[in-house]
Design a protein around this ligand. Structure first.
Ligand code: NG6
Ligand code: CA
Length: 513
């Protein structure tokens, strides 16, 4: 194993001294870049069988690294998925980790030990760019967006942040850099509410003439405040020149990440690059329009691929590719109709965003949480390989802690397990099981051969996500994935012992601690 000696020296005497003091010569400090797509499905990339869209950069990454076929996000929606990735704790252990409003207070508490803390404490420069969706400030709805926010990513281990507070379809529609609104406009102070509209401020529902870029789907919200000719969830006043232009979001996130890489090229860095692509509103830059033949959703995939390529090129240009673990994955599965009239379904042309498995974002079936996942680390991860090991994103924490030889505080990352060998392609098995969470907190367990979905009350389809299935049933569901990879035949009554065993796994996980 090549020691990242240059990085150790450059990171400062303290780090080098620490490494010596602990007499652990095998400690290595590669850069780590996690590129997390939003709502990118298991089948949405060329190297996972996508049709009608080319993703040459991600496909090249697959050629240079390992492509995983059974890697899982922890939840089938964003906030709990990201919470678990960054904290190593199942989001369902806490009541306040569901899809967050744009004015949510900090969900990860400043005192919590995060993946960013882990790297920071080992001497890394740490940063987050892009979609946050984990709350800012102390209290929901109480932020003053015109002043430095009292708490944010900087309080949970990120040296630098350049983020969207929540999602592209939620106010406030501004970027926040290190706790301050970027290009804050004194002429247009910002107010945000998720309770009451601001008197005198026009809303999309009453003023369709303001919506000139992307129409909301009737009945599916996204018709409150209008920004950049697109209706949003939530009420916002002001913003002026600080308001984002959706078509520039990918560029602005990517350029900040590239600058950070350049600035920190001589010391180890950890980057959590959470793209806005391919979440709604899908509104990629003009140069990507028409590139996919699938309309805006496909073009957003092309834009995502461009971001990945830009990072790869920068690492290459700086001679850092060999010293960097680059991971590309997604926060949850795909969705077609998610509230805007972007023709995503009509233009699929035979493309299957779920890549042949059942389900979607929000739901409990496989495609809700089984996501593309690629790992490149030249010299450590064999190029061009495929692994069927069971992986969960919740294990990034323990895996990296082990790689760094780092001690984490008692109680930190309680659900994260060290499967670094599987992540690096050395262990073909990985986890014995993964636990997956659907939007209404229904839990599933997936083993190598079986999938169990616990009984739950909830609609088979949310009326606000037509065409997506939840997988919720009032009775237990068991699928023999070896014979029935598409989860078509519930065999729970044929295998009561397997049902009991997997339910027991969930009961045990729930009662831990
Ligand atoms: C839903 C939104 C959807 C999306 C989702 C969160 C409606 C009708 N739908 O409530 O558009 O924003 O929340 O997606 O409002 S996630 O990927 O961030 O979890
Ligand atoms: Ca998402």
């Amino acid at each position: 194993m090549a020691l990242h000696a240059g990085k150790i020296m450059a990171a400062g005497g303290a780090l080098a001294a620490m490494a010596c003091a602990r007499e652990k010569p095998a400690r290595i400090f590669p850069n780590v870049v996690i590129i997390l797509a939003d709502d990118l499905g298991y089948g949405d990339l060329g190297c996972y069988g996508a049709r009608n869209v080319n993703t040459p950069n991600v496909d090249a990454l697959a050629q240079q690294g390992m492509r995983f076929t059974h890697a899982y996000a922890t939840a089938s929606v964003s906030t709990p998925s990201r919470y678990s990735l960054l904290t190593g704790e199942y989001a369902w252990r806490r009541p306040d980790t569901d899809i967050a409003r744009g004015d949510a207070g900090m969900i990860i508490r400043p005192g919590q030990y995060t993946l960013a803390d882990l790297f920071k404490n080992e001497g890394y420069a740490t940063a987050v760019f892009g979609k946050w969706h984990l709350g800012l400030g102390a209290d929901t709805g109480k932020q003053d967006w015109n002043a430095p926010l009292p708490s944010g990513p900087g309080d949970i281990g990120f040296d630098e942040s350049y983020i969207m507070a929540a999602t592209g379809d939620r106010v406030p529609c501004v970027f926040i850099r290190n706790g301050r609104v970027v290009s804050w406009d004194p002429e247009a102070p910002i107010e945000v509410s998720y309770d009451e509209p601001f008197p005198g401020e026009p809303l999309g529902m009453d003023h369709p003439e303001l919506i000139y870029n992307l129409l909301p789907t009737p009945g599916l919200g996204h018709n409150q405040t209008v920004v950049n000719g697109i209706g949003r969830i939530g009420y916002m006043k002001g913003g002026g020149r600080a308001l984002w232009k959706d078509e520039d979001i990918a560029d602005s996130i990517t350029v900040h990440a590239l600058n950070f890489i350049r600035k920190n090229k001589n010391r180890p860095f950890f980057i959590y690059l959470a793209t806005n692509d391919i979440h709604v509103p899908r509104f990629p830059h003009q140069r990507f329009r028409g590139e996919s033949g699938m309309g805006l959703r496909g073009d957003a995939i092309v834009e995502f691929d461009w971001t990945v390529g830009a990072v790869m090129d920068e690492l290459e240009a700086l001679g850092l590719a060999g010293d960097t673990i680059l991971i590309v994955t997604s926060d949850n599965g795909p969705v077609i109709e998610d509230g805007y009239q972007d023709m995503a379904g009509e233009l699929l042309g035979g493309h299957d965003p779920a890549g042949g498995i059942r389900g979607n974002k929000y739901g409990a079936y496989e495609a809700g949480t089984r996501v593309p996942l690629l790992v490149r680390w030249p010299g450590h991860v064999a190029p061009g390989g495929r692994s069927d090991a069971l992986l969960s994103q919740i294990d990034l924490f323990a895996g990296f802690a082990s790689m760094l030889g780092a001690r984490v505080p008692d109680g930190a990352a309680p659900d994260s397990r060290n499967y670094l060998d599987a992540w690096l392609g050395e262990n073909p098995v990985g986890r014995e099981y993964v636990v997956e969470q659907a939007h209404n907190r229904t839990l599933s367990v997936r083993t190598a051969g079986w999938k169990y979905i616990e009984p739950s009350r909830g609609p088979e389809e949310y009326d606000w996500a037509p065409g997506s299935e939840t997988g919720y049933r009032p009775h237990p569901q068991l699928f023999n994935l070896a014979e029935d990879p598409q989860e078509q035949h519930n065999v729970a009554s044929d295998y009561p012992e397997m049902v009991a065993r997997l339910q027991e796994v969930l009961t045990k996980e729930r009662t831990l601690r």
